[in-house]
Design a protein around this ligand. Structure first.
Ligand code: SF4
Length: 458
């Protein structure tokens, strides 16, 4: 028999429980167990006046932001509409059925005021990370580092030549933030190279073609993760160049030790982190094994002997060439001994003209020079250690584990839809990256620590 939906219109009062209408397995139910904002509320208290009308509850704003970043709702205007209509979002935000959803402009006012003054989003990230540590999800033995480009909220149609600098009428919050980070090693001081183009709307965004496609304005999001469960241990926004990303890596490693006593045994990264200076910092300053490919330009494109064909002898501090001859720093004695270290932190070892001239290997070694020269970084010891590690089984495991950080970036862009920033300036990028990393850690907590389901009766 065909059924007919009968809607009773005569009831004036309904009994409705929001609690009962949010499914037991809803992601927000799981996440809610790990969101503890009492401490943040106390930290925010000094930023509120004791007089005047009560403000919008900051916990409500933070919970709404968590909803937005967990479900890829990028627009704050749309977030307000979604929270208004979605019962699970209302439940998570503690709004009940008829609680008033704040206006979208409230987010902007709080972000530029109290939230940034109190560094609230950083504290939120740290609170969730602390919870991950307490739940035993952070092993602390192996960390992986990587950076990814996120397009800035800056149109290339309004770009100006980098050499011309900012137009005199450029003004606004993003311009002020750009000026404030000119001396920061993660932004303006990362390189002396003038960018080809600048965006007057967001001058700290870097014009880059790192993806080997069309160039665009971007920031870099830097993640330091624990490889056990891919928990994000630290996050930082930088300008989109390698030197800044290396600076961020060092800052994040130091912060994880200071803030959470996390001192990894090994760091996994790609060649971007394989410079001699970075490897030396890891090995000698921090005692961390670099599971990182060495950034090495010693291979010669013309097929002549490369540096690895020369054997270094630590005792005599000399190289031995394939013909068995010695290459040394200096071939004559100086009254005042010289270190031989050049400005680029390299030391040159030279063969003798008397050896190279008649050598049968000369055409395959130094066809255009009277004698062969080999350069060695002052940090070569750390590079050698990285090369030795690269031959081990543990290194192969590390290469697989490095994919975890790449997957987090893929998730960030495809699922959380953070492939383009919505906010401008270094602080805007910082806010968005911290919220996204918080959301990713919360989702991971919810996945790895599911709500225990009651056993079926019987
Ligand atoms: S050319 Fe000089 S450095 Fe090269 S193999 Fe011969 S002797 Fe050694």
């Amino acid at each position: 028999m065909m059924g007919e939906r009968r809607v009773r219109q005569d009831a004036l009062f309904y009994e409705f429980s929001l609690e009962r209408h949010v499914p037991e397995r809803h992601l927000l139910r799981s996440i809610d167990r790990f969101v503890a904002l009492d401490g943040l509320r106390q930290e925010l208290a000094p930023f509120y006046s004791e007089m005047g009308r009560p403000s919008i509850d900051p916990e409500l704003l933070i919970r709404m932001l968590i909803v937005g970043y967990c479900f890829g709702i990028r627009s704050e205007r749309r977030l307000c509409e979604e929270v208004h209509l979605n019962l699970a979002y209302r439940w998570f935000c503690g709004l009940g059925l008829d609680g008033e959803v704040p206006d979208h402009s409230t987010f902007s006012k709080n972000r530029h005021g109290r939230f940034r003054d109190s560094d609230l989003l950083r504290r939120l990230f740290e609170t969730v990370l602390q919870r991950c540590i307490e739940e035993g999800l952070v092993g602390g033995e192996g960390f992986a580092i990587d950076a990814s480009l996120i397009a800035a909220e800056a149109s290339d149609r309004t770009r100006v030549e980098g050499t011309a600098g900012l137009p005199p009428d450029a003004a606004g919050r993003a311009v002020e933030e750009y000026l404030a980070v000119l001396d920061d090693a993660a932004f303006g001081a990362a390189t002396e190279v003038t960018p080809k183009f600048m965006a007057p709307a967001d001058p700290a965004a870097r014009w880059t073609a790192a993806h080997r496609g069309p160039a665009f304005f971007a920031y870099s999001v830097n993640y330091l993760i624990d490889v056990d469960n891919a928990i994000i241990v630290d996050v930082e926004a930088t300008t989109a160049i390698r030197q800044a990303e290396v600076t961020a890596a060092k800052r994040m490693i130091e912060r994880s030790l200071e803030g959470f006593a996390l001192d990894p045994v090994r760091l996994i990264g790609d060649t971007a982190y394989g410079s001699a200076e970075m490897l030396n910092w890891l090995v000698h300053d921090r005692g961390i094994e670099p599971h990182i490919p060495v950034f090495d330009k010693s291979q010669r494109p013309d097929g002549t002997f490369s540096r690895e064909d020369f054997a270094y002898d630590h005792v005599s501090d000399t190289y031995r060439c394939p013909a068995g001859k010695t290459l040394q720093r200096y071939r004559r004695r100086f009254t005042v001994p010289r270190s031989g270290v050049m400005k680029n932190n390299m030391i040159y070892y030279r063969a003798s003209k008397h050896d190279c001239g008649p050598c049968p290997f000369k055409s395959g070694c130094c066809p255009n020079e009277p004698a062969r020269k080999v350069q060695r970084s002052i940090h070569e010891g750390a590079r050698d250690l990285a090369r030795e590690i690269a031959k081990t089984e543990a290194y192969r495991t590390s290469r697989c584990q490095r994919k975890k950080v790449e997957m987090l970036f893929a998730h960030l862009k495809r699922i959380l839809k953070l492939d383009r920033l919505r906010l401008r300036g270094p602080n805007g990028a910082r806010d968005e990256f911290h919220l996204a990393a918080t959301a990713q850690n919360l989702r991971k907590l919810a996945k790895l620590m599911p709500i225990p389901m009651p056993m079926p009766a019987g």
